[in-house]
Ligand binder design. Structure first.
Ligand SMILES: CC(C)(COP(=O)(O)OP(=O)(O)OC[C@H]1O[C@@H](n2cnc3c(N)ncnc32)[C@H](O)[C@@H]1OP(=O)(O)O)[C@@H](O)C(=O)NCCC(=O)NCCS
Length: 332
């Protein structure tokens, strides 16, 4: 399986660390930068809408009804536009569309169907594969299986996140972490010029840990940050090492590493323990925040022009479930 084009999109509203001081939660801009390495992130909400949610002047549902929340479909269409600008994608050739988001526009139908309709893909099988922050790797895992079995030849993957609409803005530990973003990827069973070959994918879960990261139906995001921290670092390292080892490679053989964009300090610690130098570590959490599942693939897409023929790229993600996974890619 080959990823032959990608596009990414971030909404316009910029949230810097000083913004949170308006929320009356004693948030310290320096604490955020020092502890999580995030300086800014983007949101589908305006500053005013976030303040309205915080101080009880508007609910998420009211903002949605007033058209003040950008949709997953719209974010996905914009990222698809970038993917098409990068490579001439033949729409009619696509037979499978996999969407995925933790914060869908609606419970029903799948985001893949609304996105496919918006883009004008008519004769496709469209469905969602969602696994919190691991979604993109899980989507690629499923698509790879379909391609290997011959059930599909040409596909598209969409992964868009809007956690900023599902945060408790009185909770300073969590509300400062998240930003929104989206990607689109065009996939083929056949190589096309400049593609990234998906050499291998793996996904694992420890379901007994599901309560550590939870967004209950209709409620806001909650995590036990301290408990998750150790899991996030150890599984990022293990997932990267496993995918390399089972393909006969070591960390020094790969040119690029991308982790789950939750916390730059944690990512740096994982990279250091993997023996990955700063020059090989790609990330955007510092300026885009934790974009859930969209963080790793927006980083992959953002650096699209950087990869050279033969380069190996390792992506390792962790998230709610608890679930973790990794991918090994090689530039063709
Ligand atoms: C979330 C996370 C950044 C919190 O860091 P932490 O060191 O565990 O910090 P704590 O939550 O224990 O908070 C430490 C102190 O800083 C305070 N603090 C938290 N946010 C703050 C803010 N915005 N401004 C000022 N102080 C803040 C806390 O209130 C706490 O103070 P207290 O001890 O007086 O209560 C960190 O645990 C983490 O990144 N965990 C992993 C997350 C992850 O990978 N998730 C994956 C799925 S998305």
């Amino acid at each position: 399986m080959y990823i032959y084009s990608m596009g990414h999109y971030w909404p316009e509203t910029v949230l810097d660390n000083h913004f949170y001081s308006q929320l009356d939660i004693e948030s310290d801009a320096q604490w955020i930068e020092d502890r999580v390495g995030i300086k800014t992130r983007r949101s589908v909400l305006s500053h005013e809408s976030i303040l309205d949610m915080r101080f009880g002047r508007a609910t998420r549902q009211q903002l949605k009804d007033q058209g003040k929340i950008q949709t997953i479909t719209d974010m996905s269409e914009r990222s698809w536009q970038m993917a098409r600008d990068r490579f001439p994608i033949v729409l009619d050739a696509i037979d499978t569309v996999i969407g995925g988001t933790s914060v869908p526009d609606d419970d029903i139908p799948s985001s893949a169907c609304t996105i496919a309709a918006q883009i004008g893909m008519e004769r496709v099988r469209a469905f969602d594969v969602t696994s919190a922050c691991a979604t993109f790797v899980v989507q690629c895992h499923v698509m790879r299986g379909l391609m290997k079995s011959g059930l599909t030849r040409e596909g598209a993957i969409f992964c868009a996140e809007r956690y900023t609409t599902r945060l408790d803005y009185s909770d300073r530990k969590n509300c400062i972490l998240f930003g929104d973003g989206a990607i689109a990827a065009s996939i083929s069973a056949d190589p096309k010029s400049g593609s990234l070959k998906v050499i291998d994918t793996m996904v694992e879960s420890a379901p007994s840990g599901w309560e550590h990261i939870h967004m209950p139906d209709g409620r806001t995001f909650h995590q036990n940050g301290a408990a998750v921290q150790k899991f996030a670092v150890t599984k990022t390292i293990a997932a990267a090492q496993d995918i390399l080892a089972r393909n006969g490679l070591a960390a020094h053989d790969a040119q690029w590493f991308i982790g789950h964009q939750a916390n730059l300090r944690m990512l740096n610690s994982a990279m250091e323990r993997l023996g990955v130098p700063e020059s090989k570590h790609l990330y955007n959490v510092d300026v885009r925040g934790n974009q859930g599942a969209a963080g790793a693939p927006t980083t992959l897409s953002q650096n699209w022009e950087k990869y050279k023929k033969g380069d190996y790229i390792v992506i390792a993600v962790v998230g709610a479930g608890l679930t973790w996974g990794s991918m090994l890619l090689q530039k063709q």
